[in-house]
Design a protein around this ligand. Sequence first.
Ligand SMILES: Nc1ncnc2c1ncn2[C@@H]1O[C@H](COP(=O)(O)OP(=O)(O)OP(=O)(O)O)[C@@H](O)[C@H]1O
Length: 249
Amino acid sequence: MTAQPKQTALATENLAAVELDGVRLALGDIRFAFDGRIPAGRITAVTGPSGSGKSTLLNLIAGFEMPDAGRVRLAGQDVTRLHPGARPLSLVFQDHNLFAHLDLFTNIGLGVHPALKLTGEDRTRISAALQRVGLAGYEGRKPGTLSGGERQRAAFARALVRQRPLLLLDEPFAALDPGLRLAMADLLSGLHQETGASIVLVTHDPGEVMRLADEVIYLSTGKILFHGDRHAFCAQTAHPEISKFVASS
Ligand SMILES: Nc1ncnc2c1ncn2[C@@H]1O[C@H](COP(=O)(O)OP(=O)(O)OP(=O)(O)O)[C@@H](O)[C@H]1O
């Protein structure tokens, strides 16, 4: 596995990883309105109360939701009408989306090539990714024989082999016990240091925001209430709802 050096990402920091330009969407009773730019090479936490639109924002970036109006750009490329599979990003969800009937090697291989036409180099990368997440030698195991934390790490390995510049994570640690959550957060932080990828992390956990985020987007009923650097997020006094959230960390 060849990781992108962090310096490369920092050199392109002025380029936005994600631009949301007048993105509007109506779902049920909620009118979502998202504008802003998520910087490259950083960890951005998307947080806010249940139902505020965190997953919807991620789905708009990933292409699982199509906006009624506006444009979505990734690293300057307009992807608004692009199929999710064609977008330059990887995803890790809470339910990790591993195929139960396939072993880990195959599950991760599907991340490299959907038809599993793997070269020798691909095979080496898959084993290296498993080793990186602490699952060396687990190639032949089926997801059902693994613990929740191991399955989650396998999902990270699959995201890693894809080597995409943008990683989207939707509550990836929510189902884990507190000790494992911390271990996974460390793993994510280490991977970020190593690859310099842009990471967008949906979490409702104030502690996770404080531990991991460089930037914070706080949502309230489908709108961005705050978007900026974590220190400014902690220091803001304009929104009592956010102050309460920060205090609870
Ligand atoms: N397809 C849909 N049709 C109607 N309403 C929807 C649809 N998808 C989402 N919603 C509504 O949009 C709102 C935002 O949902 P979303 O899942 O983005 O919130 P969230 O902040 O991720 O919530 P949680 O923290 O509970 O996961 C919710 O009220 C939800 O019921």
